[in-house]
Design a protein around this ligand. Structure first.
Ligand SMILES: Nc1ncnc2c1ncn2[C@@H]1O[C@H](COP(=O)(O)OP(=O)(O)OP(=O)(O)O)[C@@H](O)[C@H]1O
Length: 369
């Protein structure tokens, strides 16, 4: 097991800077997930940790040792790729033992390690098969088994489930969680799937354009995003972000005027902002409420599409000025495609972002939870 420390880690390919001086600490035994949009540098960061890419500047410590110039094979890490990278002419057992054979382990040692990993992953019955006779999920298990036999201090996973179908992804997600509970090894996991991130991670690193936007537990990121980027990235469907103007700030409540002329109170302290400042109102689909009846302060919207999923209904609604929002509601809600909806946004469930993208400090009443 090992902890990791990235200090001012910078990576450039020629003139193009991909990672802009990342500072990050990953605890021993932690399951850390890197998320962010395509091209933000998640895989590059993982590959720098693995030693598959040189670090342009900054330092990387694994288990307290500076490893900038330590070759990948000596870093005590094992990496599992999206592509599995199994050798087609070898059996499952041979694939899993391959790294140990190169490292000079005896036959008995290799067999013991392969048997143990196969038992953990429940693939004992597949050991004599070749990869072409395996399903995608089984191949991914073998790839993970190949990492386990090396007893690394740190596991690195680069989108390991993205080649699997939806049902298998869910199953493998549960298995990875179980694997982590059993091995208790530090794991770093790259994904662009935020559901995977939320369900697997102790902590999540949200990256954008080679910079860390926020590091926190899934619930910290969900309840207290530091900016619009994180707010919009964590949560599914994503948080509604509606442009508006600060009309006034009254007793810890910010009155936000939307472009359709309606005013929405937000339990946030906006006293540092000038009246008229451009702001963004954030409200999650599960916190917005839609009714067919107008109430005081409700906002009129047109239901463009009602998606009935059985246990829940998503209303895609359009405010007067063409701003679209998603509202999650219960299946008994009578609103349907084509109806007029009256929306209310509980002030304590709303977020307020200013132009710099920072959430205004929220009042006790407004703290999410
Ligand atoms: N060897 C390389 N040479 C030049 N540019 C590279 C190289 N490897 C990656 N890049 C660039 O670095 C940026 C970050 O790539 P990276 O693969 O780390 O992104 P990512 O966040 O993992 O994206 P994705 O989710 O699409 O896999 C991209 O713009 C990519 O084109």
């Amino acid at each position: 097991m090992a902890d990791l420390k990235l200090q001012g880690l910078r990576k450039a390919f020629d003139e193009t800077v991909i990672l802009h001086g990342v500072d990050l600490e990953i605890r021993d035994g932690e399951f850390m997930v890197f998320v962010g949009p395509s091209g933000c540098g998640k895989s590059t960061m993982l590959r720098c940790i693995a030693g598959l890419e040189d670090i342009t500047s900054g330092d990387l410590f694994i288990g307290g040792e500076k490893v900038n110039d330590v070759p990948p094979s000596k870093r005590g890490i094992a990496m599992v790729f999206q592509s599995y990278a199994l050798y087609p002419h070898m059996t499952v057992a041979e694939n899993m033992a391959f790294g140990l054979r190169l490292a000079g382990f005896s036959k008995q040692e290799m067999k013991a390690a392969v048997d143990r990993a196969a038992q953990i992953l429940q693939i004992e019955h597949l050991l004599e098969r070749k990869p072409k006779a395996l399903s995608g999920g089984q191949r991914q298990r073998v790839a993970i088994g190949r990492a386990i036999v090396r007893k690394p201090g740190v596991f690195l996973f680069d989108e390991p489930l993205s080649n699997l179908d939806a049902a298998l992804r869910v199953q493998m997600r549960v298995e990875l969680s179980r694997l982590h509970q059993e091995l208790k090894t530090t794991m770093i996991y790259v994904t662009h799937d935020q559901v995977e991130a939320m369900t697997l991670a102790h902590r999540i690193v949200v990256l954008s354009a080679g910079r860390i936007e926020q590091v926190g537990t899934p619930m910290e990121l969900y309840h207290s995003p530091v900016n619009k980027f994180v707010a919009g990235f964590i949560g599914s469907p994503k948080m509604n972000l509606v442009e508006g103007q600060l009309a006034a700030s009254v007793n810890g409540h910010a009155m936000v005027k939307l472009s359709d002329g309606s005013t929405v109170p937000v339990a946030a302290d906006a006293s540092a902002l000038a009246s008229g400042a451009k702001v963004t109102l954030g409200i999650r689909p599960e916190h917005a409420m839609a009714s067919s009846q107008a109430t005081q302060g409700s906002v009129r919207a047109h239901v463009q599409l009602a998606e009935h999923l059985g246990d829940t209904t998503y209303l895609h609604v359009v405010l007067g000025d063409s701003t679209t929002l998603v509202v999650r509601t219960d299946p008994e809600n009578p609103l349907n495609t084509g109806d007029i909806a009256q929306l209310t946004f509980p002030p304590s469930r709303c977020y307020l972002f200013d132009e710099g993208g920072i959430t205004q400090p929220r009042t006790a009443a407004g703290s999410a939870g």
